[in-house]
Design a protein around this ligand. Sequence first.
Ligand SMILES: [Zn+2]
Length: 285
Amino acid sequence: MTDIPVIDIHMHIQPWEQFNPGPLEMMKRDPEHFELLTRLCDSPQAFLDYLDEEGIQAAGLVNYVAPEVMGFQDSVCEFITEYCKAAPDRLLPIGSLHPQFTPNVSDRMDQIAEMGIRIIKIHPPHQCIYPNAYRNGDENLRIIYEKAEKYGIPIMIHTGTSVFPGARNVYADPIYVDDVAVDFPKLTILLAHGGRPLWMDTSFFLMRRHQNMYLDLSGIPPKRLLEYFPRFEIFADRALFGTDWPGPGVPSMRGNVEQFLDLPLTEETKRKVLHDNAAKLFGLP
Ligand SMILES: [Zn+2]
């Protein structure tokens, strides 16, 4: 496929037993696929073998707290840090907390940093919050950003629509992330999915305006990347490859890498996006 050691910054390995009935039903529609997923979520070694088969060197494993829509509790952080201990140079724990449901947000941020969570995920349409809600009184959200900035932990913010039952797409517009970048200038922000499929222009604007912002390509079908972002190459130093596997529309990790490699981009850009940018940001081999 390629000699580049691919880093996929956005995959989902989650504690399936926490799923609410609606989203669980959706995941179970393909029983064979569901069986594979539960097996990989139960065994880091099985997952590492799977990554080898798919030609992926390292992966960011996304978890977030969203009790209302998805069912995920605060303990997803403990789950994923434990899971990633199997191979710290290949598995990156991505965790979260919830400004309204996490009991003591300030203490929890200290714990999260201590436990080694590498990125904090904010998922507005599943957490039912605006990314800039701290400007309207959500002090807990302010604490999350302040402490992430202090500890040097990047924040990954989901942007773009979600079709999971119960998801609230009114929160999915990336424009609210502009406030976050303005108010927390030292915070590294990963703009997940580039606002697809409705708000690519907004994401393009945000990426140009804020130099501490990275574009997380997950969820964008690679063969459509240049349709979505015709001037993608100007972000060659701030774009991170990701698949959003096993999300809908991602049949295989390898397939996405191959599609990305087929794009008319320079070899240098491909190497940066598939490996170098994430390696630099997270100190990976
Ligand atoms: Zn995702």
